[in-house]
Design a protein around this ligand. Structure first.
Ligand code: HEC
Length: 162
C-alpha cells in the first residue's frame, strides 16, 4: 500500500529540489557576473594608469636626454597626462578591490580621504605641468615634471603593491 502522504510529498520534494538547483545556478550566475564586473573595472583602472604612465615615459625620456627634446610632443604628453588624471579617481569603485590580479592595496578603500587628497595633488601637479610645457621653458617644464612625478611616487609607495 502506498501511503497517501508519500504520493503528495514526493512531487513536493522534487519541486523543492529543482527550486534549490535553480537558485544555486542563479546564485552562481550572479557571483560570476559580479566577478566579471570587477575584472572589467580593474582592467579599466590599469588601462587608465598605463595611458598615464606612457605619457610620463615620453616626457621622462626627453627630460633625461634619452630622446631629443621636442617641445610640442612634450606639451601633448603633458596635456594628455593632465586629462587622464581626471579619469583615474573614478577607477576605484567599491567591489573592484579583487576579482582579477590587481596591485591596488585594499587599504585604498579604507582611506578614501587620503586617496582623495592624493588624487587632487596628482590633478593639480599635472595641470601645472601642462601649463609649464605650453610655456616653452625647458627648465620649468622639467621641474614641473619632477613635481608631478612625486605625486605618483607618494601614492605608489603607500598604496600599490610592487
Ligand atoms: C592615488 C594613488 C595613485 C596615484 C596618484 C598614481 N597612481 Fe599609479 N597606480 C596606483 C595603483 C593603486 C595602481 C595599481 C592598479 C591595479 O593594479 O589595479 C597603479 C598602477 C600604475 C601603473 C601600472 C598599470 C598597469 O599596467 O597595471 C602605472 C604605469 C602607473 N600607476 C603610473 C602612474 C603615474 C605615472 C602616476 C603619476 C603621474 C601615477 N601612477 C599616480 C595608484 C596611484
Amino acid at each position: 500500500m502506498i501511503d497517501p502522504r508519500q504520493r503528495t510529498s514526493r512531487p513536493r520534494a522534487m519541486i523543492a529540489c529543482a527550486l534549490v538547483a535553480v537558485l544555486a545556478v542563479a546564485a552562481l550566475g550572479v557571483a560570476e557576473a559580479q566577478q566579471n564586473r570587477a575584472a572589467q573595472q580593474i582592467k579599466y583602472r590599469q588601462a587608465a594608469y598605463t595611458v598615464l604612465g606612457t605619457q610620463f615615459g615620453i616626457m621622462g625620456a626627453m627630460a633625461q636626454g634619452r630622446a631629443p627634446w621636442d617641445a610640442k610632443a612634450f606639451a601633448t604628453a603633458a596635456e594628455r597626462a593632465a586629462f587622464i588624471a581626471t579619469v583615474v579617481p573614478d577607477t576605484f569603485p567599491a567591489g573592484s578591490e579583487s576579482g582579477a590580479p590587481t596591485k591596488a592595496k585594499p587599504e585604498i578603500w579604507r582611506n578614501e580621504a587620503e586617496i582623495g587628497r592624493m588624487m587632487t595633488d596628482l590633478q593639480s601637479k599635472t595641470a601645472a605641468l601642462a601649463t609649464a610645457a605650453k610655456g616653452g621653458n625647458v627648465d620649468a617644464a622639467k621641474a614641473a615634471l619632477g613635481a608631478a612625478g612625486q605625486t605618483c611616487k607618494a601614492c605608489h609607495d603607500k598604496y600599490k603593491l610592487d
